[in-house]
Design a protein around this ligand. Structure first.
Ligand code: SF4
Ligand code: SF4
Length: 95
């Protein structure tokens, strides 16, 4: 079955910042969490919603993480950050 972005020809930054597309990216971290991979220091991780929700293996789907020291509320803005992140590049895989 085709995905909506394939049927509609949706691509590039429009597709890449869409929550539907991102939600289809399965984590393939092999059990590694972002806070360990990126050596996120304890105080920061304790205050981060990804850590609090134990979403270290698909943190790119969680808005308001503290990776840059501030919370980014808009999903599309957060994805601009995630797309440049080594953890995301290495571990997010479109299913
Ligand atoms: S999402 Fe970012 S700030 Fe939050 S625990 Fe993971 S690496 Fe740390
Ligand atoms: S920038 Fe995105 S992918 Fe990277 S650790 Fe933070 S939330 Fe996860």
């Amino acid at each position: 079955m085709k995905n909506c972005w394939e049927i509609k020809g949706c691509s590039g930054s429009l597709r890449d910042s869409c929550v539907v597309y991102i939600e289809g990216m399965a984590p393939v971290t092999g059990g590694v969490n972002c806070w360990d991979y990126l050596k996120c220091e304890e105080t920061k991780r304790n205050n981060c919603c990804a850590y609090q929700q134990r979403r270290g293996q698909d943190c790119w789907k969680v808005t308001s993480t503290l990776c840059e020291g501030i919370t980014i509320l808009e999903f599309k803005d957060k994805m601009k950050l995630c797309r440049k992140c080594e953890f995301f590049v290495k571990h997010a895989k479109k299913s």
